[in-house]
Design a protein around this ligand. Structure first.
Ligand code: C5P
Length: 415
């Protein structure tokens, strides 16, 4: 797995920097081309000589003393994988914030390659909410975290925060490369349309009927699909950072979302309807702002169009249609009913009353129900991992439909 892979090994300034030498040696022994990058802090602990001798190239530390005029992008662009071991709290914060202050942080921002981060620090620092929030942010963006171990730390303290063993780090790198090899190009040439966020239905010029959807799950699905090589169009009501390789169309209301999706869906190979579309909207939005002294307004509501049911009814042959079911009770019964009524291939059901699940959280726990009756439970995890599970299932459904012996054995109960 490692032979011929170009791996940037980032080393930051922690006591555990000496273990990076062992990681480097193991990677080189396995045939990888290792490009070492050290931060100024790492140089205090390690110096350059040992790593330069063991790696495939001399250590690089600076944005400025390079022969190449653009070292800050070159390393990240040409890497098959970047690993940071050890990663200090400072590195985690800079990476999570997108702050490019040195060669390593520039390299991390200028890459589309998989990234493995191996934190190491004292227990108090590791458990600090700021550090844990940065870890959660990085995880939600698809960064692989090799958790520190518990054990003896520098200064004699004992607790969580010790850098994972070099063999565990190398095993994690191999696993990430193996998954990336399978996933890369898995959706190449496939047009995936994703909707995200809650719609806002105007009451007057300033007020809307909204819902608690953050759009994070839809964005995670769009990002994951793009990482797997798909051409991705995201129809969104929220403005989160645009994932690499994704085209975003911003809308506000259910009607606007329907217009975009009706235009995009006929030629899409996969449609994932992760948006929380309002079920009701005011029949008439007042033109200006309704004044308080006009008395309490009586707002008459009407049903919005069920966009997904419309897409199901008009679904082209071979398209995989995915819906969401956010429920607070009878999760599986309600989700199954939706799967059938809306003619879906897959429904992603979540109990939004459970802690850490659904709206606004960075995490989610879902049950994937397929039209052929297959059920898969995805326990509480970050939304990017849920996105990966959803797309794994989409890939399986497409592969199954494409098999020559496929005799329309997928049960679509309404067809
Ligand atoms: O029926 P319910 O709203 O619970 O179904 C949820 C699924 O249907 C989600 O995928 C959501 O995006 C979609 N939906 C829709 N149009 C609506 C309401 C929901 O496309 N008006």
């Amino acid at each position: 797995m490692l032979a011929g892979q170009r791996i940037v090994l980032g080393v930051t300034g922690g006591i555990a920097a000496y273990k990076a030498v062992e990681v480097c040696r193991r990677l080189v022994d396995a045939g990888a081309h290792v490009v070492p990058v050290m931060t100024a802090g790492a140089e205090h602990f390690l110096g350059r000589t040992t790593l330069s001798a063991l790696a495939s190239e001399p250590v690089q530390t600076s944005l400025w003393d390079e022969a190449s005029p653009i070292p800050h992008t070159r390393l990240g662009q040409s890497a098959d994988l970047i690993v940071v071991a050890p990663a200090t709290a400072r590195l985690l914060a800079a990476y999570a914030a997108g702050l490019s202050t040195d060669l390593l942080t520039n390299t991390l921002l200028a890459t589309r390659a998989p990234v493995v981060v191996c934190p190491a620090m004292h227990t108090e620092m590791w458990e600090h909410p700021a550090v844990q929030a940065n870890i959660a942010t990085l995880r939600s963006r698809g960064v692989h975290i090799v958790e520190p171990e518990s054990g003896r730390l520098a200064g004699g303290d004992v607790g969580a925060g010790r850098l994972a063993a070099p063999e565990a780090i190398v095993a994690a790198i191999e696993a990430v490369l193996a998954t990336a090899a399978i996933e890369q190009g898995q959706l190449a040439g496939v047009h995936v349309v994703v909707s995200a966020g809650g719609t806002r239905e105007p009451i007057d010029a300033v007020r809307v009927i909204a819902n608690r959807s953050s759009g994070k799950q839809g964005y995670a699905i769009a990002a994951e699909a793009a990482a797997r090589g798909a051409q991705v169009t995201l129809v969104s009501t929220v403005e989160l950072p645009t994932p690499a390789g994704v085209a975003v169309r911003t809308v506000e209301t259910a009607a606007q979302m329907q217009a975009e999706l009706t235009q995009l869906a006929p030629t899409a190979d996969v449609v994932v309807m992760a948006a929380a579309v309002a079920d009701f909207r005011p029949v008439l939005a007042a033109e200006g702002k309704i004044k308080k002294d006009q008395g309490v307004p009586q707002i008459v509501l009407e049903a919005t169009p069920d966009i997904l049911a419309g897409l199901g009814a008009a679904k082209p042959a071979g398209q995989v249609l995915v819906g969401f079911a956010a429920e607070t009770s009878d999760l599986l019964a309600n989700a199954t009913a939706k799967l059938q009524r809306k003619r879906l291939d897959l429904v992603v059901a979540n109990d939004v009353s459970a802690p850490g699940v659904g709206f606004q959280h960075d995490t989610n726990a879902v049950t994937l129900l397929r039209a052929d009756g297959t059920v898969q439970v995805v326990a509480l995890t970050d939304k990017r991992a849920v996105a990966a599970a959803v797309l794994d299932t989409v890939v399986e459904i497409r592969a199954h439909a494409a098999r020559p012996d496929h005799t329309n054995d997928t049960v679509n109960p309404t067809s």
